[in-house]
Write a protein that binds this ligand. Structure first.
Ligand code: FAD
Ligand code: MLT
Ligand code: ZN
Length: 480
């Protein structure tokens, strides 16, 4: 197993009874109260197949009112629940630890309104991210958020994890782009914070508590999102660098020279490239065969085809002349552009297919980031593979250690070293994936004692019995 220290089942939670199930059927109807074993196995298992719960019940509400009724009942019965979206989370937060009831708002997938003047989209939380991207594209707009899991993750899950993704460098985090949220509290109270305003300083901005709280404070049922217009000119370059210092210099140059049109700056090392080429069907290296140590993917998005291209070409020429880049390809058509993205976005899938993977999602100052990767390689040696990639433009490293199987000895070589190293450099042990179950007991590496104590007080206020996503986010010593 993945060996996360799992706390005992909290004995104050009730066991599910047949009366409970009848009650839920009365609210949701027979078919949206799921007890089918195959569907439950899927819902009990996370994307990496690393965490597995034993829930006997999956509930599929269709309206906010249904969510409210279910939660009100669960709270009165002290039945624990796990909010689940597309179940693409990577920290064991989206699956039950024990027998928690799974609530998935996937049937709440309607677009409520779209204002073409302001670009503000209001939708239900169960909308799949890719469907929102497609809808907006037809309207001449884009989502400020994109990530490899777009085909199955839900916007409610994205908001609940404050997902970062591939365009954060351009559009900023969801704390800036989510203008409103409707959420249901543990006791069933509905909080209408579904504003569509850019500016609203009427006291505490409570919706932000629900952005990134990973289902521990309420169930997100609706969101409003500020979406930027789709611009006519998108270009993407796939580049090779021979050392990490060049990647850094290239980032500084890109920010300075591409500034307003820069829309992505991603990197992968040679080990990540190998992993993608070996494990993904139909993926090829865009560059001619030759050994390179690092690869960088740069995307620009702007409104002038000719001047954007000119800018990017001048940038690339300069980067080659001063030796930052040793080879590169500029996508010539949409298919090539998609194939560059497929290679980058496919890395988590390639790792998932290659056996056990220890995943770390770290914010570390760019200058020091790759030192950690090299130290880790030295510590571990064969047969592990240390694979590094991520959102370099946001100082976000995805450090992955691939091994033939999960092994306590390997884990002991990685942890607590990786967390101590990150903490020492004042980084974050979770840049974008959240805390979930995996890092609930590690939170002090990145947050002060008093801050965590305040988090626990907020949790207690909003969910006094702790029925919402128990054992997750907060350290176990504070959560029961
Ligand atoms: P789930 O995995 O189902 O749930 C995630 C958390 O949110 C859980 O704690 C759950 O309880 C809670 N939750 C879900 N829905 C709700 C709701 N309606 N109300 C309250 N709580 C809810 N993350 C990034 O930040 N950047 C990336 O680039 C990125 N790329 C990824 C690529 C792949 C291939 C995969 C598998 C994952 C990736 N992730 C990334 C991780 C993941 O956080 C995101 O995929 C996504 O935001 C999770 O959404 P989901 O609907 O699948 O949520
Ligand atoms: C990514 O950037 O590919 C995602 O965050 C997933 C991962 O870290 O593997
Ligand atoms: Zn990522």
């Amino acid at each position: 197993s993945a060996s996360t220290t799992v706390p005992e089942r909290n004995p104050s939670f009730s066991m599910l009874s047949s009366d409970d199930i009848e009650y839920f059927k009365g609210i949701l109807g027979e078919k949206n109260v799921v007890q089918d074993e195959d569907r439950l196995l899927t819902a009990n298992t996370d994307w990496m197949e690393k965490y597995r719960g034993s829930s006997k019940l999956l509930l599929l509400p269709k309206t906010t009112d249904e969510v409210s009724q279910i939660l009100n009942y669960c709270n009165s019965r002290c039945l624990a629940v796990v909010p689940q979206g597309g179940n693409t989370g990577l920290v064991g937060g989206s699956v039950p630890v024990y027998d928690e009831v799974i609530i998935n708002v996937g049937l709440m997938n309607k677009i409520i309104s779209f204002d073409k003047v302001s670009g503000i989209l209001v939708c239900e939380a169960g909308c799949i991210l890719e469907n929102l991207i497609t809808f907006l594209d037809a309207q001449g707009f884009v989502m400020p958020l994109d990530l490899g899991a777009k085909g199955s993750c839900q916007i409610g899950g994205n908001v609940s994890t404050n997902a970062g993704g591939l365009r954060l460098i351009r559009y900023g985090s969801l704390h800036g782009n989510i203008l409103g949220v409707e959420a249901v509290l543990a006791n069933g109270d509905v909080l209408d914070m579904l504003g569509t305003l850019r500016k609203d300083n009427t006291g505490y901005d409570v919706k932000h508590l629900f952005i990134g709280s990973e289902g521990s404070l309420g169930i997100v049922t609706k969101v409003s999102i500020l979406t930027p217009p789709k611009l006519s000119s998108v270009n993407i370059a796939f580049l090779a660098c021979e050392n990490y210092f060049s990647c850094q210099k290239l980032l500084i140059e890109a920010k300075r020279k591409l500034g307003e049109i820069l829309s992505a700056f991603e990197f992968l090392d040679n080990a990540a490239m190998d992993m993608a080429l070996n494990k993904l069907e139909g993926v090829r290296n865009p560059l001619p065969p030759s050994l390179h140590n690092f690869y960088v993917l740069i995307e620009t998005t702007g409104s002038s085809e000719s001047s954007d291209k000119e800018k990017l070409e001048a940038f690339l020429l300069h980067a080659m002349e001063i030796g930052l880049v040793s080879d590169g390809a500029l996508a010539q058509d949409i298919n090539q552009a998609l194939s560059f993205w497929r290679l980058r976005e496919g890395i988590p899938e390639a790792l998932q297919k290659s056996g056990a993977v220890y995943k770390y999602d770290l914010s570390i100052p760019v200058e020091q980031m790759y030192d950690l990767v090299e130290e880790m390689r030295t510590r571990l040696g064969a047969p592990t593979k240390v694979v590094a990639y991520g959102h370099l433009g946001d100082s976000n490293l995805h450090l992955n250690i691939s091994a033939p199987q999960y092994d306590e000895k390997i884990l002991a070589q990685i942890e607590p070293f990786v967390y101590e190293w990150t903490s020492k450099h004042r980084g974050s042990i979770s840049a974008e994936h959240g805390v979930g179950l995996m890092k609930a007991n590690k939170i002090y590496y990145s947050k002060s004692k008093n801050t965590v104590q305040l988090m626990a007080s907020i949790k207690k206020l909003l969910d006094p019995q702790g029925i919402l996503n128990p054992y997750k986010v907060l350290p176990h010593s504070l959560s029961t």
